[in-house]
Design a protein around this ligand. Sequence first.
Ligand code: CDP
Ligand code: MG
Length: 742
Amino acid sequence: VDVSDDDEKSKRNSLKRKNSIVNGNADHSRNGQNGHKNKKRRSSIQNGDTPQSKDLANSPGSSQSKRGHINGSGPSTPHTAKFKAVQEQRKQLPIAKGREALIEEINKNNVTILLGETGSGKTTQVPQYILESGLARNGMIAVTQPRKVAATSLAQRVAVEQNVSLGDLVGYAVRFDEKSSAQTRIKYLTDGMIVRELMSDPLLSNYSVIIVDEAHERTLRTDLLIANLKKIQAKRNPKTDPKGKGNADTSNPLKIVIMSATLDAEKFSKFYHNAKILYVKGRQHPVKIYHSAESQLDYTDAAMRTFFQIHTDQPPGDVLIFLPGQEDIESLQKSIELYAKQLPSDKSEVLTCTMFAAQEHSQNNKAFSPTPPNTRKCILATNIAETSITIPGIKYVIDTGKCKEKQYLARISGGGFDTLLTRDITKSSAMQRAGRAGREGTGACFRLYTEDAFNTMAVSGEPEILRCSLTSSILNLKCLGQNLEELDLMDKPDLDSMADLKPVASALKTLWLLGAIDNHQKLTPSGRQMALFPLEPQYACAVVASKEYGCTSEVLDIVSVLSASSKLFIDISEQRDAVTEARRKFRHPSGDHLTVLNAVKAYRDIAASENKHSRREWCRKHFLNERTFLEARDIREQLVVTCGRIGIDVSVSAKENEDLVIRSMGHGLAGNSAFLQADGTYKQTMGQTIVKVHPGSSLCDKKVPAIIYDDLMYTNQIYARGVSSIPKSFFLSLDAFKQRKA
Ligand code: CDP
Ligand code: MG
């Protein structure tokens, strides 16, 4: 391996041990963001046919011989044109040239850090290289992703490349959805899923290689995983690990690969005892960047105008628009489609596709299909398209400069829920977004913000662990016998346990309120049960409580809907009256939780007697999201399995006694409660904040002595959403409240 430092980057990061494993074509951005002008000492890696570089894929006994069949229709047909084209595409990826060097490094080192521009082939190729090299003989290869959509769609792509059906050799596991089998060797999972797996397999012994992908995003789960992997490696690789004790089982060593799209690798390297950093250079073409002359108040409107400007003035090429979330995406899609219909017929057609986390993957996949002739594709996406997923054919990027980010507001939430806030992106995101336009040729990026605004953006984001609710993670760690305070983390959250408003203290308080930990912060038996549910601890608590109240069936119906990725009730503010009218029949006087229950029951009746078409029509008429019902049904099935494991009878129903259901929910949402005050406002029981009932709630025009709510929303006011009335006396029965008052 010829060492080849990339001077400019190594200057910036002073990465002493960084080696370039691939030199792609050196066509650089004019804007400096991808430019590397000094290449004095660069040389490439020899891909000689050395004995080590033998492709083990074809040797007997390798995993390849266990290949599955497509749709069970007989042996795979590796010689079809499509398969050949896919293989040709694989060979063309920038990372392909570095394959041998990469495998050699992974083989040599316990931890390898791999940096490379988006689209260079890291996520899809590295696991296949490892598999085909035979490096993972003793176990599976895990590839972790911060996002569900990325995990499922990448697994699907790699299954195509391996010519197997999804769930065979290549599988995935995300919350509430898993496709894998005993044959699975490459598994794409969300970082949350693998952290969960720690509970049943603390050494992650099913895996011989764990690839932590998109590490630069520094999600809470990724950080917890990175910390645990360090511990695990010291146990599984005792001889070679600097911290290893040298006496544990060495038959199943663990390799770790950390992959990232940004340059921020030194921190990972330091954390893992100065692990080696490798760099794979992508094919980046120049991207011309335009800033808007003045700041835009309405970014969706500005995005629409910019799109049609491109469409009328610019040569062919698809457009990718970055928006913060689903609502903006859907509304802009409607406007673009409407406006496109009015274009003169000599213009090329406009085809819109959307891509966001809550969307089914068949919908997300539409963005990957080739654009039909005489058509301009317009993809509306969240920051999922920033680094996790590369969409081919993009020549123009429109960047609104906004994203949604989880933010924990301990001060006002009092209970420990995260909210998604729309905020400005970071410089590093802005560069990644622009880079999407230069994957296949020169491109252009239209920023809907000024150059000044860009210059004042933060360089990169704050790790999620410093700004997120830690309730669920601390509960999971407690099950592993770990305390967050003692864990060797890359960044530690504020540990000041005296300050009630700090995330760790606030999470511990919530867990204590839920009865998951005792006065000495020790996990309780019911806390252990709650941790088994792939739910927010608050909802897991409600399920556990439902056993005593005898209403598990109803509570499962409600929490499955509340845990689905999109809301059940579609809120169209312009049609609020029509919406209210259509929903009247589900409306329950006690509030939103039982209203959800009524809707679930009504849908179940319809589903039993009507066909698919009339089901859909029924949902549309009632402004209900059918996708949520379908997802909730799958979630419920999984919760039923967990209930079975801990002896909760899921068939027990409260029948007419719906008050019991509210009480069960009340156990989970005790921290999210407020009492009516003399002046007619609601004040939190666990904090000082005044909350208003959201106008979309069925309790919005009614005053009741006490409420519980699912979450708070911050606009110009603090709104409680998902609100139910609960007897004030309920709180007096809670141990936690008794102790608190005392
Ligand atoms: O991880 P990295 O960003 O380095 O690249 P990747 O996700 O492995 O993607 C490599 C290539 O596969 C990209 O050029 C994608 O366009 C392509 N790909 C695809 O065609 N269809 C998918 N569903 C996923 C990836
Ligand atoms: Mg990737």
